[in-house]
Design a protein around this ligand. Structure first.
Ligand code: NAP
Length: 414
């Protein structure tokens, strides 16, 4: 592949894919998108920490070769107004793994959200959001230490499929006529109409990813969160397809709640993953009141969107919640907050969300030792009460650090 603005680093090697598995060299080329607004501040700080951790852990044996690709305002400046140039998408297809800062979606007609473009065009169908508490991080819960979940949110269908018609438009009226005249549906005239497609294929591949993660990481349960009591053929079907995957593909290593009580007296046997489901509304309540009962959660797109931010708020908020969009092999890790433009270039905000997304990326490429080192140093820094403004305003006796100072403090604790 040839690129016009992107420069492929000469010293690094490509990550390759063989039989659906990543083959990661010791000097892999990893992609980075700087991001808009606070993006440059948090990306600079985080890259310093990841590089220092890799150097400290592998003593020069391994090294990341960073390759910048462009999206958002920086891309628009370089590519004549194009916010997501084709060569950036091509680079992701070629190099497989990367990390991005937050991106502005320009307001006004004709612009598709850059995040939606990424997810749909590259078929990054699993949005993965691990949420756990780090000691010292301010939380509204009495026992935030009980929160340790990984949310697998379906990323490509549901109401995000973009099948939506404005009230009164010819399209909406045509759909309305069809639904009323031919299908016998009843609803108010001149409604806006949205369609919610949820497929067996899309649901099963997402649920499969959640099972693989849960089994590889020794997790105790996978919960399907759904609204199947009302939306039987979409959310309810998601749950049923989930149980089908459990039974047909992981039957020897999973048990249902029914089996737990009928066959094991309520005591989960070693080596068996518990599969359960919860209706979305009670899930929100239980994640506040009994978070320790949940572990890996698989859910359709909209539920996952709401739940992941709500649960993140239990343990420190968007400033430290990491995330990833993962397909069959390609993956883009990302800060889950936006560009916070009022803080742009002030060296002020929390780099935690992007930093911990990088921890996920290091795990993804199999560099778990470096990932644990970053996580441990981050934990120690916060425990020492060296934090950015967002935590400092909620903590007594905190030392408020700039973004770059926070990074220096983390590196000192590697
Ligand atoms: P936002 O950028 O996430 O900022 C909302 C507030 O969250 C900030 O004012 C700040 O709160 C807090 N915050 C965000 N990041 C933080 C950090 N790293 N450290 C500490 N606090 C942080 O949301 P927004 O203002 O609604 O959106 C701004 C732009 O970002 C929009 O153009 C939107 O489209 C875009 N966006 C992009 C993504 C993405 O690329 N993934 C996601 C969401 C939004 P305080 O003011 O209380 O300090």
């Amino acid at each position: 592949m040839t690129y016009t603005k992107i420069v492929v680093p000469s010293e690094g090697q490509r990550i390759t894919v063989r039989e659906g598995k990543l083959n990661v060299p010791d000097n892999p080329i990893l992609l980075w998108i700087e991001g808009d607004g606070i993006g440059p501040d948090i990306m600079t700080a985080s890259k310093r920490i990841w590089d220092a951790a890799v150097a400290a852990v592998y003593g020069g044996q391994r090294k990341i070769s960073w390759m910048e690709i462009y999206a958002g305002e920086k891309a628009a400046g370089l590519f004549g107004g194009d916010y997501f140039p084709a060569e950036s998408l091509n680079a992701i297809r070629e190099f497989q793994v990367g990390i991005k800062g937050p991106l502005t979606t320009p307001i006004g007609g004709g612009f598709r959200s850059l995040n939606v473009t990424l997810r749909i065009d590259l078929d990054l169908y699993a949005c993965v959001r691990p949420v756990k508490w780090f000691p010292g991080v301010p939380s509204p819960l009495r026992r935030p230490d009980q929160v340790d979940v990984v949310i697998y949110r379906e990323n490509t269908e549901d109401v995000y499929a973009g099948v939506e018609y404005k009230a009164g438009s010819p399209e909406a009226m045509k759909v309305e006529r069809f639904l009323k005249d031919e299908m016998g549906a009843k609803f108010f005239a001149n409604s806006g109409i949205g369609i919610k497609p949820i497929s067996e294929f899309g649901s099963k591949r997402l649920v499969r990813k959640a099972f693989v993660y849960a089994l590889e990481h020794g997790r105790r349960s996978v919960t399907f969160m759904h609204k199947g009591n009302i939306q039987k053929y979409t959310e309810g079907a998601f749950m049923q397809w989930g149980y089908e995957v459990a039974r047909q593909e992981y039957g020897d290593v999973t048990i249902t709640e029914q089996q737990l009580w009928d066959e094991f007296g309520g005591v989960q046997p070693a080596g068996k993953l518990l599969v359960k489901d919860r209706i979305a509304d009670i899930m929100f309540q239980q994640m506040l009141l009994r978070p320790s009962e949940y572990d890996v959660i698989a859910t359709p797109n909209l539920n996952g969107d709401y739940l992941s931010d709500a649960v993140a708020a239990e343990v420190g908020g968007v400033g430290i919640a990491p995330g990833a969009n993962i397909g069959d092999t390609m993956a883009i890790f990302e800060a889950t907050h936006g560009t916070a433009p009022k803080y742009a270039n002030q060296d002020k905000v929390n780099p935690g969300s992007l930093l911990l997304s990088g921890v996920m990326m290091l795990d993804y490429i199999g560099w778990g030792e470096a990932a644990r080192a970053v996580e441990a140093a981050f934990t120690r820094t916060v425990a020492d009460k060296i934090v950015t403004y967002d935590f400092a305003r909620q903590m007594e006796g905190a030392h408020e650090a700039r973004t770059s100072e926070f990074a220096t403090a983390v590196i000192a604790r590697l």
